[in-house]
Design a protein around this ligand. Structure first.
Ligand SMILES: [Zn+2]
Length: 177
C-alpha cells in the first residue's frame, strides 16, 4: 500500500497517511501536493496527481507534551536497538525503568530505556548511582520522524529531503524508488 508523507505548513514532518486521505485533504484545499508520483490518480471522471508528499496549508500546533504511547519497537528504535548502558546490539533487549517502578519511576519516555538483559539484571531495583551505572545521554521523547519511519515499511527516496534535519536517520532508512 502506498503511503503519503504529511508535512506541517512549516514543512516539519507530521505523520504518514493513506493516498485516499491525502487526496481528500488536497481536494478540500487543506493541503497541497509537494511531491507526486508519475502515475496519475484516476477517478471515474478525472485524473489527479498521485500525492507522495503533501503539506498542510494551515499550521497545526503539535503540543510537545503530546503523549505517544511507549512501545517496545519505538523505544528500541529511539535507542538505536542498543543497550544504553553497555552499547551492545546483540542478545535480548529489554525495557528498563531508569528509576525503578518500585522506587516511584514512571513509564514515560524520559524514564524508560533499552537495556540488554544482563545490564537489566545487574541494575535490578536500584538507582543508577547505587548500581554504579551511567546513561550516555538522558532519554527523551522521540522526534515525530521516528514514528514516521516506523509507520512506513520503507522510507521512499522522495521523502528523504523532507525528513532530513528532523531527526531522521538515513542509516536506518531503507531507500526505495
Ligand atoms: Zn547492556
Amino acid at each position: 500500500m502506498q503511503q503519503v508523507l504529511v508535512l506541517n505548513a512549516s514543512y516539519e514532518p507530521l505523520n504518514v497517511t493513506s493516498v485516499r486521505r491525502a487526496h481528500v485533504l488536497v481536494f478540500k484545499g487543506k493541503a497541497e501536493v509537494i511531491e507526486e508520483l508519475e502515475r496519475p490518480l484516476t477517478s471515474a471522471s478525472s485524473t489527479f496527481p498521485w500525492p507522495h508528499v503533501i503539506r498542510l496549508v494551515t499550521y497545526v500546533r503539535v503540543p510537545r507534551a503530546v503523549k505517544r504511547k511507549i512501545s517496545r519497537r519505538a523505544l528500541f528504535a529511539r535507542d538505536g536497538w542498543r543497550c544504553v548502558y553497555c552499547g551492545t546490539a546483540s542478545g535480548r533487549l529489554t525495557l528498563d525503568h531508569v528509576v525503578p517502578r518500585s522506587r516511584g519511576g514512571d513509564s514515560v519516555w524520559e524514564n524508560v530505556v533499552t537495556s540488554c538483559a544482563p545490564c537489566n539484571l545487574r541494575k535490578g531495583d536500584r538507582l543508577l548511582a547505587e548500581a554504579k551505572m551511567e546513561l550516555r545521554s538522558p532519554p527523551r521523547p522521540p522526534a515525530p520522524v521516528l514514528f514516521i519511519s516506523l509507520a512506513a515499511q520503507t522510507i521512499p527516496r522522495g521523502w528523504q529531503p523532507y525528513l532530513h534535519g528532523f531527526g531522521g536517520s538515513s542509516a536506518t532508512a531503507t531507500a526505495t524508488a
